[in-house]
Ligand binder design. Structure first.
Ligand code: HEC
Ligand SMILES: [Cu+2]
Length: 363
């Protein structure tokens, strides 16, 4: 007997770690998520125990041998109220608790650093603001809020990091986001958790959590020479966007400086916030929402720009402060991880120019 139990124990431990049934808790949200999970397991176990006890004791107490003649019971309001209200209370606790965690997971803090992730059959491509890109791996610093902006290039995928307890769908045509703060340096699994075709099972990778110093080193060693915003600047020039979007007084399109995060009034009377998703849509489906005061002359770029290209353009527009130029310093690593919030430092040339003076309708 004493021989067997350590063997079973070892087997259990090995099984738990190797089969990843219970992955490590490597993000800030993970222990909170697990607490709710354990609470639910506990409630279920208590419920199961009560049911089993009642079934066995009743079948003994009220067996045909002891009670040959059945007695009809007409019901008890007290009893029914009890077994309704107690479970209702328990389920409401789970609901509120779950909702609180849900909102926490899907509301990134304002100072989160943003990494774009593009899913496609069958790989994950990550794009860092400094221009570093990687496939089926994701390097992030520990102790810092990281927001992922996800999109798919083809079908639905789902991006999941079990050790962080986060998961989010990557949807074609729409940005979605999720955030986490990794706590422990190490390498963790990354999965696509939505069946997406033949090689779905190969759509896996590693999340590498580095200390902030190592992360800086990694950024420096994997730089591609140009930041996302700079790639966007190049695309902006080569697609002739500047023919309409420029700083000339007779420009045919609105100034895009400072447009990110602003409120735009549309000809339909609606007001919209120009977030990432809106910028993407403004480039691909311009006729869907015309900014007030402008003619619907912007051509669609649907099918002409890759998802990575759109990301670069969006990142470029996000970093335009007053002029159609991004700072050269955005090339490298110094934009991360100290600078909270915006990826690129604000331009020095911000002085004096009022972007709203360009005829942009802003509230
Ligand atoms: C033929 C002129 C023209 C070209 C070329 C053009 N645009 Fe536009 N763009 C406009 C006009 C006019 C609007 C405002 C009306 C509207 O919303 O469609 C606009 C709106 C936008 C908006 C929404 C922001 C706002 O304030 O309304 C974005 C973002 C944008 N353009 C980006 C681009 C990008 C990126 C390119 C190049 C890939 C581009 N545009 C090429 C004329 C143009
Ligand atoms: Cu997939």
């Amino acid at each position: 007997m004493s021989q067997i139990s350590p063997v079973i124990w070892q087997f259990l431990v090995k099984w738990m770690t190797n089969f990843a049934l219970f992955p490590p808790e490597a993000s800030r949200i993970a222990p909170q998520m697990d607490a709710l999970y354990f609470f639910m397991v506990l409630v279920s176990l208590i419920g199961l125990t009560i049911v089993i006890l009642l079934v066995t004791s009743f079948s003994i107490l009220y067996s045909k041998k002891r009670h040959p003649v059945a007695v009809q019971i007409e019901g008890s309001t007290l009893l029914e109220a009890t077994w309704t209200i107690i479970p209702l209370g328990l389920f409401l606790v789970m609901f509120v608790w779950g909702a609180l965690i849900y909102f926490r997971v899907y509301t990134p803090p304002a100072n989160a650093m943003n990494i774009y992730v593009v899913g496609k059959q069958w790989m994950w491509k990550a794009e860092h603001p400094g221009g570093q890109h990687e496939i089926n791996s994701l390097h992030v610093p520990a102790g810092r809020a990281v927001q992922l902006t996800l999109i798919s290039q083809d079908v639905f995928h789902s991006f999941s990091i079990p050790a962080f307890r986060v998961k989010r769908e990557a949807i074609p045509g729409r940005y979605t986001s999720v955030w986490f703060e990794a706590t422990t340096p190490g390498t963790y699994h990354l999965f696509c958790t939505q069946y997406c075709g033949t090689d779905h099972s190969h759509m896996i990778g590693d999340v590498v959590v580095l200390t902030p110093d190592d992360y800086k080193k990694w950024l420096a060693s994997s730089t591609s020479g140009a930041s996302l915003a700079q790639n966007g600047e190049r695309l902006f020039a080569s697609l002739s966007c500047a023919a309409c979007h420029n700083t000339r007084p007779d420009a045919r399109g609105p100034s895009l400086a400072n447009v990110y995060g602003s409120k735009l009034r549309l000809t339909s009377g609606q007001t919209v916030i120009a977030d990432d998703a809106y910028l993407r849509d403004a480039i691909l489906n311009p006729s869907q929402h015309i900014t007030q005061g402008y003619a619907p002359i912007m051509p669609t770029y649907q099918g002409q720009i890759s998802e990575e290209g759109v990301i670069a353009l969006v990142e470029y527009i996000k970093n335009l402060d007053s002029d159609y130029r991004v700072q050269q310093t955005t090339t490298t690593t110094d934009l991360l991880p100290q600078s909270e919030g915006k990826a690129a430092p604000a331009g020095q040339n911000a002085a004096g120019k009022d972007p709203a003076g360009q005829g942009m309708v802003k509230q």
